[in-house]
Write a protein that binds this ligand. Structure first.
Ligand SMILES: NC(=O)c1ccc[n+]([C@@H]2O[C@H](COP(=O)([O-])OP(=O)(O)OC[C@H]3O[C@@H](n4cnc5c(N)ncnc54)[C@H](O)[C@@H]3O)[C@@H](O)[C@H]2O)c1
Length: 283
């Protein structure tokens, strides 16, 4: 039975997943290499729970109990009590493989190891451990407290039992699990690559402005957000890393090619909402 969840990485996704898990009554061990990131995560969770109280969606008692369920750690060893891990560190195969290798030594044998990667090979991450059957993809969407879908990604060696356990866990977190095979970008991020790519090409060619493209997509397709609003929410760095990863894993398939605008924005440090500047300003 899963009662304690270790979450690795306390950025946009890790903090959101921690909030969801804590509200669902799980004991949460939140780990990050950056003490600042951990502090910001706790502040972000408190702010978000505060807004839910103001909107009468949550009681003070529920919020206090959720905050009480979250324990932050800047070393990996205290996560040895975890029944399941959800890893949400940076989108970098080397970093994720190294983390999973270290986790293998720390975790009890019954633990499940899930990665929230948006695009990387679950099979390759699993191969860094001695327990590939217990490694699986659990791809949440941004923002985790609001988005219902979780892609459950079955690596080459993932066992049926692991898939069953994470589907059950996703449901206990109030989410809707959808299973798919381990393929670059899985389903959603593969479909989404041309959506961002074509929008960036329109912008690069000067066909229309950021605001105009967003407005047209929202009005014509019934989307809640246009492509540039969405890239700002996701993080330009995260979206660029995902695009590069899908492009490389498909052997430089032109359909998935990243755009120089993305690279330049990452170089400039204008990463979207999290830096208060992206395609839009959030000052
Ligand atoms: N942003 C999104 O919309 C989104 C959606 C779904 C999945 N994802 C995936 O979730 C993961 C995290 O994305 P994010 O948007 O939260 O990124 P982020 O940049 O907001 O946060 C990443 C966090 O990981 C930490 N970190 C870096 N190296 C680490 C390590 N070795 N151990 C532990 N922590 C480490 C950083 O300090 C940072 O706090 C990525 O794999 C990303 O592809 C992102």
């Amino acid at each position: 039975m899963i009662s304690t969840i270790g979450i690795l990485g306390s950025g946009t996704m890790g903090s959101g997943i921690a909030q969801v898990a804590a509200l669902s009554g799980f004991n949460v061990l939140l780990y990050d290499v950056s003490a600042d990131a951990l502090q910001r995560a706790v502040e972000r969770i408190k702010d978000d729970l505060g807004r839910s109280i103001e909107k009468d969606r949550l009681t003070q008692q529920q919020a206090d109990s959720a905050i009480g369920n979250i324990h932050v750690h800047s070393t990996l060893n205290p996560l040895h009590r975890s029944d399941a891990i959800i890893e949400a560190a940076v989108e970098d195969l080397g970093v994720k493989r190294e983390l999973f290798k270290r986790l293998d030594d720390v975790l009890p044998s019954h633990a499940i190891l899930a990665t929230n990667t948006s695009s990387l090979s679950v099979t390759s991450i699993a191969a860094a451990t001695k327990r590939a059957p217990s490694v699986v993809g659990m791809h949440f969407f941004n923002p985790p407290p609001l988005m219902k879908l979780v892609e459950i990604v079955r690596g080459k060696q993932t066992s049926d039992e692991t898939v069953h356990l994470v589907c059950d866990l996703a449901q206990k977190l109030g989410k809707v699990p959808v299973q798919c095979k381990d393929t670059p970008g899985f389903i959603v991020n593969r479909v989404a690559r041309p959506f961002y790519g074509e929008s960036l090409r329109l912008l690069g060619e000067g066909v229309a402005s950021v605001e105009e493209i967003d407005r047209i997509v929202r009005l014509s397709g019934g989307f809640k957000m246009g492509p540039f609003e969405l890239m700002d929410l996701i993080g330009i760095d995260v979206n660029y890393a995902v695009t590069k990863s899908v492009y490389e894993q498909y052997f430089h398939e032109p359909r998935f090619r990243p755009h120089p605008i993305q690279r330049q924005m990452v170089e400039a440090g204008t990463l979207g909402r999290k830096t208060k500047r992206g395609f839009y300003s959030y000052e």
